[in-house]
Design a protein around this ligand. Structure first.
Ligand SMILES: [Fe+2]
Length: 509
C-alpha cells in the first residue's frame, strides 16, 4: 500500500485541478498507477438546498470483469469543502464499498449551505481521487436570477468520441441533465471508431462491465466532475425498445424481469442517485422532482418502467403503426402508468416556479415518421397520455412549461399545442445525441417541412443542448460537434432559440 506521504503528495498535486477537461485528464493521468481504484472518476448528483449525493465506484482494472476488485469490503473516506483546495472542510466521513453494490459508494451529504459551490474528493486503498466540483440548489422559494444547465443523451461508446462531454465540462454549469441511453447494451459489431467487448450484457456482472468500460472515458468523467447531474434512463440501459415487462426479442416476461432487475441494479450502482432510488428486484423509483428556488421546477419522467404494453403489434411494421389503429387511442393506456401520471399532475398543480421543465426521453410532439405511420415506442404510441399532460398544463395554468428530451439522435425544436395548429402551450427542445448516429438531414428536413409544429431539425450533428434560464427568458443553444468520429473535434453553436416568459412558443435567436 502506498505510504501516507505519497497519498498526501498526490492529494496536494490534484487539489483544485479538476475544473476543466484538460485538468481532469492530467490529474487522472497522474493517479493512473496500476492499483488506482478511482479509474471511473467521481460524480455528484441530486442537488438539494442542503446537500447532494457524492458518488464513486472502485475499479482499479475497469476493463476486466470484476474491475480488479476482490469480494472484500473497502473503507472509502470522503470530504467536501468550500474551496477547490479543500482547506475549508464542510463535511467529511467514511463509507464502505461492498461487492454487492459493485464497490460503488453513494454518500448523501446534508447540512451544507444553499446555492453555493463545493469541491469534494474520496480516498481509499492509499489513493486519492481527483477533485470534483458540485453545488447545492437554492433554498426553497428563494429568488434566483439565473440557472445554467446542459442536457444530453444517447452516448453509444462505439459510435463516437465524447467530445460533447469535454465541451460541456467547460461551460460553467450549475447542473447537467442526462436523459437516457447512458450505455448501449448491444453486442459490439466492430463498426465505429471505438471498441468494447462484443458480448451483450444479460446479467449484473455483464452490465457492471459495460458501465465500467463507458465510465473509464476521461471526457465523460470530466463532465461528471464539473457539476451535479440529474439522470433518467431510456431503453438501452436495459435493452432496445423495452417497455414494462416486454422485450421485443424475448417474449418471456418473467425472464425479462430478471434481466431488468440486473440492469436497474447496475444503473443505480453507476449513477449519483439517492437511497430512495435503490432498486428492489425489478422495480426502481426514478421519476422525481427538483426545485431551483423560485426560478425553475423540474419533473423527471420514467417512460419505460410503468407504461402499458405496446399497442397495435398485429398491424405494425417493426415499430411503425398506422395512426388510425383504434387501440392506439384507448384513453386507458398510459406511457407513464397511473401512479406516475397522478404524481405529475399533482407536481404541476403544486408548482409555484416561474419555469416548469419536463425532463424526459423523447420528442413529445406527434410526428409521422412515414406517411400515415407513427412509432409505437414513444408518446405517439400513447397519445392520450400526451393529451392529459397538455390538459394538465392548461388546467393548472402552469407557468412557462418547457420540455427537454432525447432518444431520437436528432436535434429538434418545436411547439406543443392542444390541437394541431392550435396556439402553443409549451416549447420542446430535443437532442441531439452525444455520440449515437442519427438520420440523414434529407429525411429530417422533410419531416420538419411536413410538421408545422417543428421549427428546426438536424439529424447529422452529434452534440448537446445548453440552457440558460432567467426570470425573463429561457435561451437554448444546440451545440454541435464537427465530427464525433474524430477525438477533440471542434464544438460550435448549431442553432439558438429563445422562449420569453409568459409567451409560449419559441423564436430563433
Ligand atoms: Fe439512443
Amino acid at each position: 500500500m502506498p505510504s501516507r506521504r505519497l497519498l498526501l503528495a498526490q492529494a496536494a498535486a490534484l487539489a483544485g485541478a479538476a475544473l476543466t477537461p484538460a485538468a481532469w485528464t492530467s490529474a487522472a493521468a497522474r493517479t493512473r498507477t496500476p492499483d488506482d481504484p478511482f479509474r471511473l472518476g467521481v460524480a455528484s448528483g441530486e442537488p438539494a438546498p442542503d446537500g447532494m449525493v457524492l458518488w464513486t465506484r472502485l475499479a482499479p482494472q475497469p476493463h476486466d470483469m470484476g474491475a480488479g476488485m476482490t469480494s472484500a469490503p473497502v473503507a472509502v473516506s470522503w470530504e467536501i469543502a468550500e474551496d477547490p483546495q479543500l482547506k475549508r472542510t464542510a463535511a467529511r466521513g467514511r463509507a464502505i464499498a461492498v461487492v454487492d453494490a459493485g464497490h460503488s459508494v453513494h454518500v448523501e451529504v446534508a447540512g451544507l449551505k444553499p446555492d453555493r459551490e463545493y469541491w469534494y474528493r474520496f480516498t481509499a486503498l492509499g489513493h486519492a481521487s481527483p477533485i470534483g466540483r458540485t453545488r447545492t440548489a437554492p433554498a426553497a422559494g428563494a429568488s434566483v436570477q439565473r440557472l445554467r444547465l446542459a442536457y444530453g443523451s444517447c452516448q453509444k461508446y462505439s459510435a463516437g468520441h465524447y467530445t460533447a462531454h469535454a465541451a460541456l465540462a467547460k461551460d460553467d454549469l450549475d447542473l447537467v441533465l442526462f436523459l437516457g441511453d447512458y450505455i448501449y447494451e448491444e453486442a459490439h459489431t466492430g463498426k465505429g471508431p471505438r471498441a468494447h467487448p462484443a458480448a451483450e450484457p444479460l446479467d449484473l456482472a455483464g452490465y457492471r462491465h459495460r458501465y465500467a468500460w463507458y465510465k473509464a472515458d476521461l471526457n465523460l468523467q470530466a463532465a461528471h466532475a464539473c457539476a451535479p447531474w440529474m439522470v433518467i434512463w431510456d431503453d438501452h440501459e436495459v435493452v432496445n425498445d423495452y417497455g414494462a415487462d416486454q422485450d421485443r426479442t424475448n417474449p418471456d416476461p418473467a425472464r425479462f424481469l430478471k434481466r431488468r432487475a440486473a440492469a436497474y441494479q447496475a444503473y443505480y450502482e453507476n449513477m449519483p442517485l439517492r437511497r430512495t432510488q435503490k432498486p428492489v428486484g425489478p422495480d426502481m423509483l426514478l421519476h422525481r422532482s427538483l426545485a431551483w428556488g423560485d426560478l425553475a421546477a423540474f419533473q423527471f419522467l420514467d417512460t419505460r418502467q410503468h407504461r402499458n404494453r405496446r399497442t397495435c403489434d398485429a398491424v405494425s411494421d417493426g415499430k411503425l403503426i398506422p395512426y388510425d389503429c383504434p387501440e392506439r387511442l384507448d384513453p386507458s393506456r398510459s406511457l407513464l402508468g397511473r401512479g406516475q401520471e397522478t404524481w405529475l399532475q399533482d407536481a404541476l398543480r403544486g408548482s409555484r416556479a416561474n419555469w416548469n421543465v419536463l425532463a424526459q426521453q423523447y420528442l413529445l410532439e406527434e410526428v409521422f415518421t412515414a406517411p400515415g405511420k407513427l412509432s409505437n415506442d414513444g408518446w405517439s404510441g400513447y397519445p392520450a397520455t400526451r393529451q392529459r399532460l397538455i390538459q394538465a398544463w392548461q388546467d393548472a395554468a402552469v407557468s412557462n412549461p418547457l420540455v427537454l428530451g432525447g432518444d431520437i439522435h436528432c436535434f429538434f425544436a418545436g411547439e406543443l399545442a392542444a390541437r394541431p395548429g392550435g396556439k402553443p402551450v409549451a416549447s420542446e427542445f430535443v437532442g441531439g445525441s452525444i455520440s449515437s448516429l442519427g438520420r440523414a438531414n434529407s429525411d429530417i428536413h422533410r419531416l420538419v417541412a411536413a410538421n408545422p409544429s417543428l421549427k428546426f431539425g438536424d439529424g447529422e450533428q452529434r452534440g448537446y443542448g445548453r440552457v440558460e434560464i432567467t426570470p425573463k427568458a429561457c435561451r437554448v443553444t444546440f451545440r454541435a460537434v464537427a465530427d464525433a468520429l474524430v477525438a477533440g473535434s471542434p464544438v460550435t453553436d448549431l442553432a439558438r432559440f429563445v422562449v420569453e416568459a409568459g409567451e409560449p412558443g419559441l423564436k430563433t435567436a
